[in-house]
Design a protein. Structure first.
Length: 233
């Protein structure tokens, strides 16, 4: 069975639609007309919005609400309760007006794209509508962290890329800004994840974080980029 070009995760799908936006001139090059491209671009803007923008805002809120409730039910007797999570404003809508059925329309225009006279596999890979041939290389894979933030005390949460299921999870490391040694804060197999951060006190602290991909309990490839977060006290 051929590997599907379409990512299974929300982050991956947001990346797919973002690629369509940045590579939209290729749609014209392979044979789509300008009027045909307009609704594809509209769907792409909404795809990024629906798979990333809105979810990013409210997944963080959902975690904060659960942690807030858990603090009162499971926290130590007599300890002050945490601050109520702040409900973010609803993100502004894309400028385009669309109807339901983004994914159904995607399947239709991708099928048509592959039959157009200017189409070839290399262009398909650039557009993200062909799965690349290159196999997964554990030695050169670089871990990726996304949406890392601190929405509750002594905690940082975020997401990581799973490389289409080619890695089992990540080892997540942190260090207070200005220090040298990295501390392992946890092994995570599911994304999104949440990790406790050993702050020195109740004041917010600037921390740095990175991840290493793990496969069969062994770290592989290169560490992620370092991400800086102010961790709430």
């Amino acid at each position: 069975m051929n590997k599907s070009y379409y990512p299974p995760t929300n982050d991956g799908r947001a990346d797919f639609w973002d690629r369509i936006l940045t590579q939209s001139t290729l749609l014209l090059a392979i044979g789509f007309t300008a009027p045909e491209i307009v609704p594809i671009i509209a769907d792409a803007r909404w795809g990024v919005y629906l798979y990333r923008t809105v979810r990013k805002a409210y997944e963080v809120l959902q975690k904060g609400i659960i942690q807030w409730c858990d603090a009162y039910t499971d926290g130590p007797d007599g300890a002050a309760g945490p601050e109520v999570p702040i409900v973010p404003a609803w993100p502004g809508l894309p400028v385009d007006t669309i109807t339901q059925g983004i994914e159904e329309r995607r399947e239709a225009w991708v099928q048509r794209a592959k039959k157009l006279p200017g189409y070839d596999k290399n262009i398909g890979i650039q557009l993200g509508i062909e799965a690349p041939d290159s196999p997964f290389e554990p030695a050169t894979y670089k871990a990726v962290l996304n949406n890392l933030l601190s929405s509750s005390a002594h905690t940082v949460s975020g997401k990581f890329r799973k490389a289409n299921g080619q890695i089992d999870g990540i080892n997540f490391y942190g260090r207070k800004e200005g220090t040298m040694a990295w501390t392992l804060l946890g092994r995570f197999n599911a994304t999104p994840f949440s990790a406790l951060v050993p702050l020195a006190g109740a004041a917010p602290e600037p921390w740095e974080f990175l991840a290493r991909a793990v496969k069969r309990d062994v770290e592989i490839g290169f560490p992620s980029d370092v991400v800086q977060v102010i961790v709430r006290g």
